[in-house]
Design a protein. Sequence first.
Lengths: 258, 258
Amino acid sequence: MSGARARQAIRKKQHTGPTATLAPGFVQANLVVVPQADAADMRSLCARNPVPCPLLEELTAGSHRSRLAGGSDVRVDLSGYRLWRDGELVERASDAKAWWRGDLVTFLIGCSFTFESALSEAGLPPRHATCGVNVPMYRTAIPLAPAGKLRGHMIVSMRPYRAGDLERVRDLTRPFVEAHGEPVAWGYQNGLGIRDLSRPDEGDPVPFEPEEIPVFWGCGVTPQQVAIESRLPFVITHEPGHMFVTDLRHADLKRGRR
Amino acid sequence: MSGARARQAIRKKQHTGPTATLAPGFVQANLVVVPQADAADMRSLCARNPVPCPLLEELTAGSHRSRLAGGSDVRVDLSGYRLWRDGELVERASDAKAWWRGDLVTFLIGCSFTFESALSEAGLPPRHATCGVNVPMYRTAIPLAPAGKLRGHMIVSMRPYRAGDLERVRDLTRPFVEAHGEPVAWGYQNGLGIRDLSRPDEGDPVPFEPEEIPVFWGCGVTPQQVAIESRLPFVITHEPGHMFVTDLRHADLKRGRR
């Protein structure tokens, strides 16, 4: 299934669930929508923290058409949306049309599906994928570089790998600079301040096999979490796992490819 | 004095000291030179950590001419150089010609003089400038996003400001995205892990006046410190404070200006 077909299926409500296994090979993106008054801060947050917040595209104010996806409409091309006011979740919906305003600016952020695809192709599939659960995510003690009103901490996703595979895992994921790139930390002395790997802040815990260590990557839910925690008056995000499917191929997110 | 004149004076050994007060208005840069084998990691370190490591220019391998400075030669246009092997300082010199090799890649990194100029013009001169000492710098507990062989922690510079001036200080420095931009932290609950402000790791301590709090910015010595601590086999840096003076104006380092 192509990215275009996936968006069509979602728009027609033929596909209503998470998108992880939809349109393999095509880049998926996290969505954060803020009023124009907060857009400069969001742009700056991404520029200053590109590892957790790799900005794929910023749409012009009011626009709902992404250049990364032909004929797209970011108000209806995802299967679940959340509306936040002053840091509180106030509404959920299967499309964002009723909430749309002419001053809204959409940010599309790279997603780990891109580097996971490279890991799987190399025979190193992430544990949560083989277990059929969501990737475990953790809040860390690592402060982001603040940007105007936006302040917060890095969120990471975690995948167990054998210590002997670490350098290969780093090498495989490093090229995907617009999708978090190589890991930010690994092992147990990782400086992230995570208390208990078996209790992720989002997603599901995953089992470790002998000789495996935790490997952590910057996570694309970071900018939406920062927007919420910074209590912006109006923020639209997607339901976790219900991503925006683009027409880009994963290799397009390597350095200098676009 | 223009940037070109400053470089000429340094090249002729007419100016041999720090460059802080030389050629006001012109952008100065930190210098890190590594062999081509380590250049991809340095490039990636800067891309992943743009706040402490804002990359102004990467020269092609072997080149000593910067596009940011007419007729320049980075081997002789600074007034002091250091050579590091495997993390150890092995030699100091007033030019780097004797150390030069065809495989060396020069990285020029933005410097705080740019935003300090904006602060001074707004009537908020940094304390170290009015005291005539070097800016205090501190190693922090904030891990950088690793890049291949390169791993380390953010180094910050600190300037005291009144809490009531903080938002103005943030606003004034935010636009200079290629020179560290707005502060990364402020106050005493800053999460940086600095034990004693009166004992900086580099530079000089500065006095606080009543109602002032410490304000911290990412510091451009970070990438050279990371190269050294990561024990790269061969690294050239400048003597602290002896920067590369370019032909750029400070306003050129605002977002989108070049």
